[in-house]
Design a protein around this ligand. Structure first.
Ligand code: GLA
Length: 389
């Protein structure tokens, strides 16, 4: 892939080949721990082998040029360092521009321009972390090309999140960029989003496969709904803080939550907060189950996660529920749930190797019959975090 990326770079920008470097940052799947990363809870994702490739070459002036093989119709976008404002018409390039702007804001001056080339393998809008991988790969390019040796991979993930939050205007959590920067092949990452401490947990799945099913349901209003859930959780936290000293919902056990929940003055907010609390507990338990090699318990916790996302957090939809219920009906499916922000996108399932074909056929047929949509299936392989190739 490296040489192909270099060749395409040369097609767009011309020679010389010398000085071109190639980088990669992966997408992610989240096994469990959904809508916990902005509630001070745990998440349990892993990096995957597909992601965003990028190539860069230094320029002698302070111009930036951007090109993506995924959006050839936009051509080469060219702008000076002093003019990296967000502009709707720049489309995908805003994610790259935004990271450069964030580095500057964080006192990494970025004085010199670059020619940048991107190729993303992750389909957009599926909830597999495509934008985070674009931002993380850009952060890695800046660190490497500008020689910012004190910028750690964790810093790169924080800069990516900041870009998304402040420059793009999407208040997502840290899970996607952190996994893209820090993932490790064969492992899931148990990340405590309250302080960014983390451990790698080997994915002992010798006879099981992780399957992502794309519902093909277009996500409508997902950003607005996401923001609404965040606000509901923030309000619930403030209500609870009147009787208990906590900084986030992630600090509560389910038992303590039961005792104090009446402080929350709306039944909807009680359900939202209950999801944040119980999902965090499930995530910790799931990582322990995996460490013990108890994949059945792990799967049951995934199933419970789905029900909580559906009933308490209300971020599922008919299509995701059908995919999950069809999966649960198949022997050899250990666990299945919706993944990511919700309202469409994908499910994640752990399926015994021998049942994979049956899973794809039966879930595929039954889902199509009930929804008219043809789902897509990807057997996921875990990969490493971002690197220079
Ligand atoms: C999106 C966000 C993540 C996380 C998930 C829900 O993928 O980008 O930060 O909040 O939703 O778990």
């Amino acid at each position: 892939m490296k040489q192909q990326v270099i060749d395409k770079f040369l097609d767009i920008y011309g020679g010389p080949e010398q000085g071109i470097k190639v980088y990669f940052a992966p997408g992610r799947v989240n096994l469990i721990g959904e809508h916990t990363d902005y509630n001070g809870g745990h998440v349990f994702p892993c990096a995957i082998t597909i992601g965003t490739y990028a190539a860069a070459r230094k320029r002698s002036d302070s111009m930036f040029r951007f090109y993506s093989l995924n959006y050839p119709e936009l051509g080469v976008l060219e702008m000076p360092l002093e003019d990296l404002e967000y502009r709707q018409e720049d489309g995908w390039a805003n994610y790259s521009k935004g990271v450069i702007a964030t580095f500057r804001k964080k006192n990494y001056p970025v004085r010199r321009g670059l020619d940048l080339f991107y190729y993303g393998e992750i389909p957009k809008g599926l909830g597999l972390g495509s934008s985070a991988s674009l931002e993380v790969v850009t952060g890695l390019i800046l660190r490497d090309m500008m020689g910012y040796a004190d910028v750690s991979m964790v810093d790169i993930s924080l800069f990516a999140q900041l870009t998304e939050n402040e420059y793009i205007g999407n208040r997502c959590g840290i899970m996607d960029p952190f996994t893209s920067a820090m993932g490790r092949k064969g492992n899931a990452l148990l990340l405590d989003t309250s302080d960014l401490s983390y451990i790698y947990v080997p994915l002992k799945l010798s006879h099981e496969r992780i399957i992502i099913t794309n519902s093909k349901k277009a996500r409508v209003d997902v950003e607005a709904e996401y923001e609404k859930r965040r606000e509901e959780c923030e309000t619930a936290l403030r209500e609870l803080q009147q009787v208990i000293s906590i900084r986030s919902l992630g600090e509560l056990t389910a038992e303590v939550f039961e005792e104090v929940q009446e402080m929350i003055k709306s039944p909807v907010r009680i359900r939202r907060a209950r999801h944040a609390v119980t999902e965090n507990q499930r995530t910790i338990q799931a990582a322990e189950a995996l460490e013990k090699g108890d994949i059945r318990e792990f799967g049951q916790l995934m199933n419970a996660s789905h029900l909580s996302l559906k009933e308490d957090y209300e971020v599922s939809c008919r299509e995701l529920d059908i995919l999950v219920e069809e999966a649960w009906n198949i022997d050899g499916v250990l666990g299945s749930r919706m993944m990511g922000a919700g309202f469409g996108g994908c499910t994640v399932s752990i399926v015994e190797e021998d049942a994979v074909n049956e899973f794809i056929t039966k879930v595929g047929e039954n889902y199509k019959e009930k929804t008219g949509l043809t789902p897509e299936f990807y057997v996921v392989v875990t990969g490493n975090g971002a690197s220079v190739l």
